[in-house]
Write a protein that binds this ligand. Structure first.
Ligand SMILES: Cc1cc2nc3c(=O)[nH]c(=O)nc-3n(C[C@H](O)[C@H](O)[C@H](O)COP(=O)(O)OP(=O)(O)OC[C@H]3O[C@@H](n4cnc5c(N)ncnc54)[C@H](O)[C@@H]3O)c2cc1C
Length: 412
């Protein structure tokens, strides 16, 4: 990493160099907007919270955005294309399939490990003019005046702690779902606790996945297996929170057996199970995405149940829209009320719809009531044989309901 000191003032400061913050830094720098990025964790640490062992399924619309950020070439070498999606419910024969060829595309999306995506984004940032990235450096305080925001930033090196005050016209909070800074701005959030956790790990199976992503609904919650490179699969398995410790401590063999009993034998035996981690499943939606000269993006603005794999895809759409709004700002007054209220109005419908749809899916598929289960099964069967329904499903899965031509325009 470049060894530099933070400047006294930046046009834009981004708090959090995770997936959303790093993507925004690239989008802004490409438009000639200089930004300082402060990330609390060292980037190469396994403890780095945004770039852990999880995987992310990127929609086709997200790939377009990442392409305009100049990272898609590297991405293609570390990601696995989704050729088809298979949706089923445990204990029922109905299922729905969506194939890339049905939608006239080469892939329905790409699956990549978060740490790999992080490496690609940070390598790009490292060589990009106009981005000063500081890590590990935590923003501990914000104060706003009508003209600017002042931030207290703290860098720890061994036992040494240095503090500095930096000012900015606009501060972007990309500091994740918990975001203490959002709370310090007195922005309330609507929080839903699903009382489940996702068990996450990578695994290998006897039969090749052939680019198929599986979503299977079980009485305890959804189970997703996403295709990864080297014929591995990424598991996201929802379980009641009180059972999670048990699943994390089972032997590899017992864990594989339990999983096979819920997933079935579509991929043969599970031959290897990687390190397991658990993430409590919560939904959070901030009541507003800006206050004064501070704006929220990514998980700081909203975090979702992973059932539809939409969290980061939605965050990338925040990135694309915010960079579009900042593109035409006059006199570098990026934190002006008109700019941020315009951004909020542009994001409202997509945020509302994606949060509502994801929560509804999570609750609907978790409902074990027999008539509900029967309806789900009939709908899955209908989805499999109805071209119009398939098209709607495909549009949602690929994220084409978002118009990202703005970023493309900025890039030219
Ligand atoms: C099990 C699971 C599976 C998922 N699967 C998918 C999927 O398939 N598709 C999809 O689109 N999404 C998926 N998601 C969602 C996706 O992981 C998140 O949307 C994404 O990680 C959010 O990125 P972010 O940068 O907004 O926040 P974070 O990843 O939380 O990053 C926030 C960053 O800010 C830093 N930070 C925090 N406070 C400070 C501070 N005060 N100063 C400086 N830095 C700070 C943190 O260190 C961190 O690096 C999944 C989530 C889970 C839990």
């Amino acid at each position: 990493m470049k060894s530099i000191q933070p400047k006294q003032h930046y046009p834009v400061v981004i708090v959090g160099g995770g997936m959303a913050g790093a993507s925004l830094a690239l989008a802004l720098a490409q438009q000639g907007i200089t930004c300082g990025v402060f990330e609390a964790f060292a980037l190469d640490k396994p403890s780095q919270p945004s770039f852990d062992d999880r995987t992310v399924a990127l929609s086709a619309a997200s790939l377009n955005i990442l392409k305009h950020l100049g990272v898609s070439d590297k991405l293609f070498s570390i990601a696995e294309p989704i050729q088809q999606i298979h949706v089923s419910e445990q204990g029922h024969i109905g299922f729905a399939r969506l194939k890339a060829e049905d939608c006239d595309v080469t892939a329905l999306g790409l699956v990549v490990e978060n740490w790999q995506l992080g490496r690609v984004l940070h390598e790009k940032i490292e060589h990009h003019e106009g981005i000063d990235l500081f890590a590990p450096t935590r923003v501990t305080r914000l104060e706003q005046s009508a003209q600017e925001v002042s931030l207290r930033v703290e860098t720890k090196e061994g036992d040494q702690r240095t503090e500095q005050v930096v000012t900015a016209s606009l501060v972007v909070l990309a500091d994740g779902a918990r975001s203490p800074l959002r709370k310090a701005l007195h922005i309330d959030s609507d929080v839903r606790d699903f009382e489940t956790s996702a068990i996450v790990c990578n695994l290998s199976t006897q039969r090749p996945h052939q680019g198929c992503a599986f979503e299977r609904f079980t009485p305890h919650g959804p189970l997703a297996l996403l295709p990864l490179t080297q014929n591995r699969m990424a598991l996201v398995w929802s379980k009641p929170r009180e059972d999670v410790e048990h699943y994390l401590t089972l032997s590899e063999q017992d864990f594989a057996q339990k999983l096979e009993s819920e997933f079935g034998a579509r991929l043969g035996r599970i031959t290897k199970v990687g390190k397991r981690n658990a993430f409590p499943l919560m939904q959070q939606k901030a009541e507003t995405v800006f206050r004064g000269r501070c704006v929220l993006i990514g998980n700081a603005a909203q975090s979702l149940h992973p059932i539809a794999g939409q969290g980061f895809n939605l965050g990338l759409r925040d990135v694309a829209t915010l960079s579009q709004c900042l593109h035409s700002v006059k006199d570098a007054d990026y934190g002006h009320y008109d700019v941020l209220s315009h951004y909020e109005s542009l994001r409202q419908a997509d945020r509302d719809k994606t949060v509502w749809t994801t929560e509804s899916l999570a609750r609907w598929f978790a409902n074990p009531w027999a008539p509900m289960s029967l309806t789900r099964n009939l709908l899955l069967k209908a989805l499999d044989v109805t071209p119009v329904a398939k098209e709607v499903f495909a549009q949602q899965a690929m994220g084409f309901n978002f118009n990202n031509s703005e970023l493309a325009a900025n890039d030219e």
